[in-house]
Design a protein around this ligand. Structure first.
Ligand SMILES: NC(=O)c1ccc[n+]([C@@H]2O[C@H](COP(=O)([O-])OP(=O)(O)OC[C@H]3O[C@@H](n4cnc5c(N)ncnc54)[C@H](O)[C@@H]3O)[C@@H](O)[C@H]2O)c1
Length: 384
């Protein structure tokens, strides 16, 4: 049974894992009471667990969690916690998800939900049975430019969609001297860049164009051995891909392509999206997040061309700060995503993007891997 919001006006957060994303989620919870007014509920940083000695204590001291532990089960089972926020490496999501669902906690979980489709389906079914509120992190849904892109597609401003093109490019693994880490081990991740950047790309693809009916994928590993972080002088095998591509045929008739890489020299955090329809087109680049580029085919011919819509920091009420004109960024999207989750929990209505969206993302990833493994054009299983 869900714990609900017995402590009127407060939702007590129990965070599992305080690495890169734990810090960002903690920052976002602390920003919510400052950025939004009125508040559906005040997030309280109640407890934090991290398996590495000293990390949770540091998190409590710096971010202000009420208590800390090295044992995540204490957080998940605590009656003082309403929401479990999962920020561990991918393979460590599953045991926490299972225990949190069993304890009736609401869950905000980092992407990808699990390391594979089968577990993701099982977790979705268990979460639905338990009646908890659940949301997967897909922060780009909460960037004003992409909120506007979604609204324009939905309102038919692009007409019938013909083409989708999505790229998510990082360069962090170009250096062969970069040592092994959990992101490069299949057992810890379920896959390489497709499990890492892929969920963001596929989530945006689904939001803008819908589900693919079939995909043709390929994956590559450029740097197959890397120095061991634990054993100086030794090398370890990399068993996940550095880059992935897929051709797409959508259920609605559009076609498209996806490309994700962690070896795209010169890039930083380059999520690029382009959609072309019968009446217009849109384009977005995460490195230029204040603008949505729009081509309006209905304009007189002499006035046609891509125009730049200033979407900046235009969040709907009850967002009150920072003011809409100021430039937007990645952390602001996390604040908006976590606010949306707290709002849904407080109002006792379904949160989104939900674990059902996460399962659909897994279905696409699974089909791309099977295609890359030799099955050619491969059907994406329906998940609804
Ligand atoms: N939404 C995004 O933009 C985004 C960006 C980066 C990472 N992620 C996702 O966030 C998750 C975490 O990634 P990260 O970059 O923060 O990793 P990280 O390695 O920086 O942090 C993970 C933390 O979890 C801790 N940990 C590991 N196992 C644990 C356990 N069993 N119990 C408690 N703590 C444990 C580690 O000690 C570490 O502090 C991953 O699933 C990743 O895919 C999302």
């Amino acid at each position: 049974m869900a714990t609900g919001t017995e402590h009127a006006g407060r939702l007590r957060i129990g965070m599992i894992g305080y690495g890169q994303m734990g810090r960002i989620h903690a920052y976002a919870y602390r920003a919510i009471p400052i950025f939004y007014d009125p508040l559906p509920a005040i997030p309280v940083l109640q407890a934090v667990a991290d398996v590495v000695p000293g990390v949770a204590a540091h998190a409590a001291a710096r971010a202000g969690f009420v208590w800390h532990t090295e044992d995540w089960r204490r957080v998940v089972e605590s009656p003082e916690v309403d929401v479990v926020d999962i920020c561990t490496p991918n393979s460590e999501h599953l045991p926490v998800l299972e225990a949190a669902i069993a304890a009736g906690k609401h869950i905000y979980c980092e992407k990808p939900l699990c390391t594979g489709l089968k577990d993701a389906r099982r977790i979705l079914a268990a979460a639905c049975r338990a009646g908890i509120h659940h949301q997967i992190t897909a922060e780009y849904r909460f960037l004003p430019a992409l909120m506007q892109a979604q609204a324009m597609v939905r309102q038919g401003q692009l007409g019938d969609v013909f083409h989708f093109r999505g790229l998510y490019l990082h360069s962090g693994y170009v250096d062969p001297k970069r040592p092994m880490a959990w992101r490069l081990r299949r057992a810890a991740t379920g896959g390489g860049v497709l499990m890492d950047l892929g969920p963001h790309l596929i989530d945006q693809m689904r939001v803008l164009v819908g589900d693919a009916a079939e995909v043709q994928g390929s994956v590559q590993t450029f740097i197959r051995r890397r120095p061991s972080a634990e054993r100086p002088g030794e090398m370890e095998e990399v068993d996940v891909e550095d880059s992935a591509q897929a051709l797409l045929r959508f259920r609605g008739g559009a076609v498209g392509s996806l490309e994700a890489s962690r070896c795209a020299t010169g890039t930083e955090d380059e999520l690029r999206l382009e959609v072309h329809g019968s009446k217009g087109a849109i384009a977005f680049n995460l490195m230029d997040p204040n603008w949505l580029y729009w081509y309006d085919g209905d304009r007189p011919e002499a006035e046609r061309g891509f125009q730049r819509l200033a979407t900046v920091q235009r969040y709907p009420a009850p967002a009150v700060a920072p003011a809409p004109k100021f430039s937007v960024g990645w952390t602001r999207a996390h604040v908006a995503a976590q606010f949306a989750f707290l709002e849904a929990v407080a109002a006792d209505r379904p949160a989104g993007p939900s674990f059902a969206d996460a399962v659909a993302v897994h279905a696409h990833i699974d089909a791309i891997y099977r295609s890359a493994g030799g099955s050619g054009w491969t059907a994406v299983p329906r998940t609804e």
